[in-house]
Design a protein around this ligand. Sequence first.
Ligand SMILES: [Zn+2]
Length: 60
Amino acid sequence: MANRTAKILDCETCSGTGEVIADWEKYLEQHEDALAECDDCDGKGTRSADPEHAHIREAS
Ligand SMILES: [Zn+2]
């Protein structure tokens, strides 16, 4: 029970923001649409650390 929160990690792809920079030119000009939803965490900024997903990363 105490370790329940340890199963959720910050997404490494977007550093926990849920967004990734899709267009650097727009990003530098501070356009709103420069950011896109992160595919790895579906825009949530966190991802599950459960073993079912872990083995996929090890395989590649
Ligand atoms: Zn992410």
